[in-house]
Design a protein around this ligand. Structure first.
Ligand SMILES: C[S@@+](CC[C@H](N)C(=O)[O-])C[C@H]1O[C@@H](n2cnc3c(N)ncnc32)[C@H](O)[C@@H]1O
Length: 201
């Protein structure tokens, strides 16, 4: 059996430059979106194919997975997706102006169950405040997990530490939510917990 070793995101200390996204996505300027922790990159490819007028930037700390996603993106000849190796928390802070993102996706983040590991979780009070700052008014955060305790923890942080408001986007969850981890939980008949939060300011 293959054992998956988790990489502490804070061992990835690299910081980033601000990027000229309009020049990087000249044919996809309708919406700017970010996925944090893209894993194999299956959502990036699916989303970029389905929405050719959207630019999507993905962050992943595991180099092997970044290379795998790069290969899938090249095979699909996609020009509206940009995978980045590194910690998405630093990437979001460094690479984007405030009020510029339409959507941020975080699907099945690593649970880090021990109390001393919780600071490694992607969703923290400081990070949801950063996401709120980077989203446009009307922009949305999408979160999913298969760990109920993590869902309650994340939902609680988003609704208490930020002004992001729970909203519904059934079409997205029915048609666009396609990730490797989502497929695995479906195959194993396990529960999934997901929700959308909007910046209404
Ligand atoms: C359980 S996997 C889920 C992958 C994918 N989102 C899916 O649903 O199939 C979580 C992924 O997030 C990555 N990750 C965890 N923290 C991260 C961070 N701060 N920045 C970027 N990637 C991160 C991990 O390396 C791992 O590949």
């Amino acid at each position: 059996m293959r054992v998956r070793t988790l990489l502490n995101p804070f061992s990835c200390r690299q910081r980033f430059e601000k990027m000229p996204w309009h020049a990087i996505f000249p044919n996809a300027q309708e919406k700017l979106t970010v996925e944090i922790g893209f894993g194999t990159g299956s959502f990036l490819v699916h989303y970029a194919q389905r929405y050719p007028s959207h630019g999507i930037v993905g962050f992943e700390i595991r180099q092997r997975l970044v290379k795998q996603a790069e290969a899938s993106i090249a095979a699909a000849k996609l020009t509206n997706v940009h995978p980045v190796e590194g910690n998405g928390q630093y990437g979001l802070e460094d690479m984007f102006d405030d009020n510029t993102l339409d959507r941020v996706f975080i699907f099945h983040p690593d649970p880090w169950p021990k109390p001393r590991q919780q600071k490694r979780r992607v969703i923290t009070p400081a990070f949801v405040q950063l996401i709120q700052r980077k989203l446009k008014p009307g922009g949305e955060l999408f979160i999913a997990t298969d760990v109920e305790e993590l869902w309650q923890y994340m939902h609680n942080i988003v609704t208490t530490a930020s002004q992001l408001t729970p909203t519904t986007n059934d079409l997205f969850w029915e048609q666009d939510y396609r990730t490797r981890w989502q497929e695995m939980t479906q195959e194993q008949n396990r529960s999934r917990f997901f929700g959308t939060f909007a910046k209404v300011l």
